[in-house]
Design a protein around this ligand. Structure first.
Ligand code: UDP
Ligand code: MG
Length: 317
């Protein structure tokens, strides 16, 4: 296989504190790989500004002026990290590359692992997933909720390894497939796992964030998790249907029992506690099930409107 043109995409949201040092580190990585003759000299970095409100875009423009390895695109507003990743992948496809690595702007993921990704690509992998060695840099709550999320996803039939991240290499072939998907809400971790292309894994260490704060809060993480589930699995809807069926069977049996008690044994049970408990239990169950259906309804609603995934303000090529 001939050596590839590599693109590195970076989603950036209010990253003025770290963007400069990140870009310099990535330029260093590209230089190193070029010196080792592992990638083409037209390899580049592609920064996606996800509607930052700080100086991020100004800094990106300056970096582009200084070094044309640095390219970028700016959204008109904040669309969230998944959309920024997708824009990165589709953007570098337009510019022309053989494979692309996505990495976070805070460089919490070890950028020197990129060489291993490229090696696996040269060995024939279309997708190389970065798997973190540990989640020690995450808070206890984030760690537990993340592990729960992956467990649920796996139970629902979406096989994503725990500790996977959006640090990954994908080949041009994989992005070409992504470009054919019209759906707007793509959960990339599920998407690339499902494709069935040759996939390899690279383990990497996570460093603490050096500058600024995490751009995710628990509301946006919950949104990401619910999107991940509802865009990849209809299992929760099936579970509701099965539950409903079982409940119907149960109440049929209960009805028969009550009738026998009343007319055969002439017992009129007091049963207040039972009624209250059952009422609140089923009230809760029904609301929960309606909530699940609502999530899917929301997904359909958003897709049916078929709005563009994101709107681009400017691009630096
Ligand atoms: N990010 C983004 N849009 C958002 C939130 C985050 O593009 O709405 C980017 C952010 O700039 C970073 C990456 O997504 O490059 C991961 O975010 P962060 O490091 O804050 O998440 P954490 O590492 O805490 O999970
Ligand atoms: Mg981070």
């Amino acid at each position: 296989m001939k050596k590839p043109t590599l693109a590195i995409t970076v989603p950036c949201y209010n990253e003025e504190l770290c963007i400069e040092s990140t870009v310099n580190s990535l330029i260093e990585v590209l230089g190193d790989l070029m010196a080792k003759d592992k990638i083409n000299p037209d390899s580049f970095i592609y920064l996606v500004d996800d509607g930052s409100k700080d100086k991020t875009w100004e800094l990106i423009s300056k970096l582009h002026e200084k070094n044309h390895l640095v390219k970028g695109v700016k959204f008109i507003r904040n669309y969230g990290n998944q959309k920024a990743h997708i824009a990165g992948l589709l953007g570098v496809r337009d510019l022309g590359c053989d494979c692309v690595v996505s990495i976070d702007a805070d460089l919490q993921q070890d950028q020197w692992a990129i060489e291993k990704f490229v090696d696996k690509y040269m060995d024939g992998a279309d997708i190389v997933s970065g798997v973190r060695n540990s989640r020690d840099t995450d808070t206890f709550l984030k760690k537990t909720t993340a592990v729960c999320f992956y467990k649920v996803m796996n139970l629902l039939g979406v096989k994503i390894p725990v500790n996977q991240s959006d640090y990954r290499l994908v080949s041009k072939k994989a992005i070409d497939i992504l470009a054919q998907y019209p759906e707007k809400q793509v959960f990339l971790r599920g998407f690339f796992n499902e494709l069935g292309l040759k996939t390899e894994i690279v383990n990497f260490d996570v460093k603490p964030r050096l500058y600024g704060k995490s751009k995710f809060n628990y509301v946006s993480l919950l949104g990401l998790a619910l999107n991940g589930i509802t865009s990849f699995s209809i299992m929760p809807l099936r579970i509701i249907a099965v539950l409903g069926f079982l409940m119907a069977l149960f109440s049929l049996g209960l009805g028969v029992y009550v009738l026998i008690e009343k007319y055969v044994f002439n017992n009129t049970p007091a049963g207040w506690a039972t009624i209250v408990v059952l009422m609140s239990f089923f009230g809760g169950l029904q609301l929960f099930c309606m909530g699940i259906i609502g999530e899917y309804l929301g997904q359909v609603y958003r897709e049916v409107k078929a709005r563009p995934r994101y709107i681009i303000e400017t691009e630096l090529r």
